[in-house]
Design a protein around this ligand. Sequence first.
Ligand SMILES: *Cc1c(COP(=O)(O)O)cnc(C)c1O
Length: 379
Amino acid sequence: MIPYGKHSVGEADIAAVVDVLQNQFLTQGEQVPKFEQALANYCQAEFAVAVNSGTSALHVACLALGVDEGDMVWTSPISFVASANCALYCGADIDFVDISPQSRNICPDKLAQKLQAAAAQNSLPKAIIVVHYAGESCDMETIKRLTQAYGICIIEDASHALGGQYQDKPIGCCAYSDIAITSFHPVKSITSAEGGALLTNSAHLHEQAVLFAKHGITRNAQQMEGPSDGPWYYQQIALGYNYRLSDLHAALGFSQLQQIDTFIAQRRAIAQRYSQALKGLPLQLPVDSGNSAWHLYSVQLTAHPRTAVFTQLQQAGIGVNVHYIPIHLQPYYRAMGFSVGQFPEAESFYQQALTLPIFPGLTEHDQDTVIAHLTDILR
Ligand SMILES: *Cc1c(COP(=O)(O)O)cnc(C)c1O
């Protein structure tokens, strides 16, 4: 079976983890700060905070921005459920902004309309979580311009996009956002097995993120109430969590980060090959800005029933997938009042979407197998 996504772990990665196991602290040692520094440098952001998953990073991002009960958060319906769940963890309400069918990202025009309506009803969101679907950046400059008049916070869910660029800067540099988060799940740009990180240019948000990721405990006298009892002293000043990344995971993440540009170049070459080979078929192909991290290569079937094509490819040993079932159509979200028809572009994208295998280790031979089978089925 050719999977739709797969990690690339090599000798250097293995050696880095073994070195930690044999010689270093397994957690709270030097590897996490080293990884955080390297990640901040790579993304050209001031601060990075490594945590144990992208989901934890989203939760911490919301907490750091003060998302609370009674607040509203907006995100894209075409994302993994974690992009929306994080608001619910904080007791906030969630709503969605429909996508643009070309970019599959939040549509700036729909955002503008929704903001106007919300402003009239006094129901503006506290934060908006934009998702760089498949690794292609959202129109951040426009999103920032539309939201800043209302003082709305912006979180970038860059789980798909580490290694990509926007306006010649690395995604994660937070030029137009308060916080960007990413994930190191094995199918993402780089992996730490499980893991994630927040990036920010704000010293205050960095401090808040560290606090919420580590039990709400501080050892910083400036954050404490009253005087310190002594050098052993700490205070819990908020309700935080244990979202720490271990040193084993950080060592793997650091080693992977040294290879990210090679991984992304391989993903870009695969995407280009697909776009070249599939262009005559009844498919809507993804747009290629040249800056995507190509987490997914997701096509739309414009003339064939998706289930039949999906099943035939699976039977041929090709691990196709679908990204994503719109979040608002999940039973948990329907029970909150969401229903079919609310976000029509997201829903029609979902009906046609098919994710083809893309990952750095995908051979040309295997890619040709995918192309040949898909061509056979569609012709
Ligand atoms: C993978 C992913 C997440 C969650 O990341 P985990 O590390 O698996 O918790 C969140 N949002 C998006 C868009 C993702 O693809």
